[in-house]
Design a binder for this molecule. Structure first.
Ligand SMILES: C[S@@+](CC[C@H](N)C(=O)[O-])C[C@H]1O[C@@H](n2cnc3c(N)ncnc32)[C@H](O)[C@@H]1O
Length: 290
């Protein structure tokens, strides 16, 4: 009973977040990740910060803000907080037209020439890994469908959130996601573990490497000469001006013939001198000129 009263009073003591405090937290998130939280989504930010404060026994936003800036403890705490402040919704085969474009148009051209011996794809903002594993399934299936193709492929999957990456690395997913994967892919690439869980098969899992990477550091990305960059549902959280700079940097990481796939409708009027827009009604993609 005493504990319940203690919790109750701590909860009551927790302040509301005024607009100045909200601006301070939103600014911190934008400076560190690029993610913009508009005032209309204040409730989301407040719930996320409050939830974490409750777990760490904090009751005042300004005390917690100071904690976040202490080194090294603040940096460790930030790893958890940034996960709460970012949206990780994702699905296997989330945007089928983009995967069809890769499988049926881009990939056959890349591998049929015989000159391509390896393909490197990047899932940017991969969340819990579904997008990266989808890319791996599509590449694996369609490379092996091209006669005489001897092409090794790998997918690098990055995100700012460590907890999300840990889920991806484990490659274990709840049954509710099973039907997101088309039946013929399921039979080749996943195993049912029990009635609640399925696993990505080891042979596919080893093609996907997960690493923490902040997209704001893209100008210093350790990745170069990529064949495929897949970036969907990430830039929508960023300010318009920032999106353009990031896209220019992504374009610079592509190999000639490489393709940048974005979320349909996520960027309008983007053009780059080294890129050509792929004519497609449902997918938004650009090819690096040879
Ligand atoms: C809505 S999910 C999209 C997942 C996947 N790309 C998809 O389309 O299904 C957005 C992801 O972007 C990540 N993210 C946000 N800011 C980022 C940044 N600065 N660097 C890397 N990842 C970031 C979030 O952590 C989150 O996992």
């Amino acid at each position: 009973m005493a504990l319940a009263i203690g919790n109750w009073s701590a909860l009551n003591a927790m302040q509301g977040m005024d607009d100045a405090e909200f601006a301070r937290w939103a600014d911190l998130l934008e400076r560190r990740t690029g993610v913009v939280v508009p005032p209309a989504r204040k409730a989301f930010l407040v719930t996320a910060v409050r939830g974490r404060m409750r777990e760490t026994g904090q009751t005042r936003f300004d005390d917690y803000f100071r904690e976040i800036h202490k080194m090294p403890e603040g940096a460790i705490e930030w790893i958890t907080l940034v996960d709460r402040l970012t949206v990780h919704e994702t699905h296997f085969f989330r945007h089928p037209p983009s995967f069809d474009l890769i499988a049926n148009e881009w990939l056959p051209r890349m591998v049929s020439s015989g000159s391509q011996t390896a393909l490197h794809a990047w899932s940017v903002g991969c969340a819990t890994g579904e997008e990266a594993y989808t890319l791996a399934m599509v590449l694996d299936r369609h490379i092996s469908a091209v006669r005489d193709a001897r092409v090794y492929f790998g997918v690098t999957a990055t995100d700012v959130s460590q907890p999300a990456l840990a889920v991806g690395r484990a490659g274990l997913y709840p049954r509710s996601k099973f039907n997101e994967i088309p039946g013929d892919y399921r039979s080749s690439y996943v195993d049912e573990i029990d009635e609640d869980t399925f696993a990505i098969r080891e042979s596919l899992r080893k093609r996907v490497g997960f690493a923490q990477f902040n997209l704001l550091d893209v100008a210093r990305a350790p990745l170069k000469r990529l064949d495929l960059i897949y970036c969907q549902n990430v830039l929508i959280y960023f300010a318009r001006e920032r999106r353009r700079d990031l896209l220019n940097s992504l374009a610079g990481l592509l190999k000639p013939g490489g393709m940048l796939v974005l979320g349909a409708g996520e960027v309008t009027s983007f053009a780059h001198p080294a890129l050509s827009r792929v004519p497609h009604r449902q997918a938004l993609a650009f090819l690096r000129n040879r």
